[in-house]
Write a protein that binds this ligand. Structure first.
Ligand SMILES: Cc1cc2nc3c(=O)[nH]c(=O)nc-3n(C[C@H](O)[C@H](O)[C@H](O)COP(=O)(O)OP(=O)(O)OC[C@H]3O[C@@H](n4cnc5c(N)ncnc54)[C@H](O)[C@@H]3O)c2cc1C
Length: 290
């Protein structure tokens, strides 16, 4: 099934994100995680792709595992450090495995990796469009991509993605819903009307915060800082509070007319399960999407 048809179904959809193992020996364990997450019946499962391309084979393995477990799969694919031939091989492998959905990203360049032939995700989107009938999505950033000069430049980049075949956007994580609502307003005002999927990251270990801020640059509201400070030395309490914070964030989004939610599950089925259980009477409900 195409992800765009799920996003446009008028219901509250919750999808989950997983990442592939670095080594072949860890593949069996990773497939077990896919099975456990698939059992939660998410709208779709997305699987990330290493920027250096090192885990590309396992991305294909895991999206195939998701489909084998009856869940629509979305394969991430990056291009920044890759040769065109390598990218074409992955697209071919996805086609062979009947994977219909690709989240096309630029990726980040490891300092020692050579620069590939692609400069931006939109170039990858054009290539994918020429290779078959894929449903292609892209990334967007409620707090602007760190390299963007301005909000206007950021929105221009997103318009280029749509012109290159991008049919939906998944957001970078954010912890303050007001930031998301403002961004959605700017997006729609700029004439970008493809579905917007809100990316929610459950913070269940206080040590995650520093890494998140360093990698994504997103703002941390006082409520979440207080949770991390209060429960830093109590892992069980931190996990419970982090699940509650993410659940509340999702409930506020849905109440405000956001139907499509993506949980950055970080290969932790128990956390995904807890959040999905908290939302059991909300997921799948019909409602107007903003
Ligand atoms: C939902 C999501 C999933 C992700 N999954 C992965 C993953 O699986 N693997 C991974 O390695 N990384 C992943 N990332 C991280 C992502 O690769 C990085 O954030 C990267 O820095 C930017 O990727 P992009 O696709 O947004 O790039 P681009 O769209 O190329 O944008 C990068 C910058 O260039 C600007 N820009 C865009 N197009 C143009 C243009 N034509 N001319 C000039 N400037 C332009 C943009 O405004 C932005 O400032 C993910 C990010 C998100 C939000």
């Amino acid at each position: 099934m195409k992800v765009i048809d799920i996003l446009n179904n008028g219901k509250v959809n919750v999808s989950c994100e997983l990442f592939p193992p670095k080594q072949f020996t860890q593949l069996t364990g990773a497939k077990q995680i896919v099975r456990e997450v698939a059992a939660l019946d998410p709208s779709f499962i997305s699987v990330t792709y290493g920027a250096g391309g090192g885990t590309s084979d396992h991305t294909v393995d895991l999206v195939r595992a998701a489909e084998e477990n009856g869940v629509t799969a979305l394969a991430h694919l990056t291009c920044y450090s890759s040769a065109r031939e390598k990218v074409l091989n992955v697209i071919e492998a996805l086609k062979k495995n009947r994977i219909e959905n690709i989240l096309a990203l630029r990726g980040d360049r490891a300092s020692d990796a050579p620069l590939g032939e692609f400069r931006h995700a939109s170039e990858l989107m054009e290539l994918i469009a020429s290779q078959g009938d894929f449903c292609v999505g892209g990334a967007c950033y409620p707090e602007c991509h760190p390299e963007s000069r301005s909000l206007a430049a950021d929105l221009d980049g997103l318009k280029r993605k749509v012109a290159s075949g991008c049919r939906f956007f998944t957001t970078q994580m954010f912890f303050d819903n007001a930031v998301f609502y403002k961004f959605a307003y700017h997006l729609r005002s700029a004439g970008i009307h493809v579905p917007l999927v809100a990316g929610v990251m459950p913070v269940t270990q206080s040590s995650q915060i520093e890494r998140i801020v360093k990698l994504s640059g997103c703002g941390i509201p006082l409520e979440l800082t207080a949770i991390c400070d209060r429960f830093a030395d109590d892992p069980a309490a931190m996990k419970q509070a982090g699940i509650a914070f993410a659940t509340n964030q999702i409930i506020d989004l849905v109440a405000s007319g956001v139907n499509n939610i993506h949980i950055y599950t970080m290969n932790k089925p128990d956390i995904a399960r807890a959040i999905m259980n908290n939302l059991s009477d909300i997921i799948g409900k019909q409602g107007t999407n903003v």
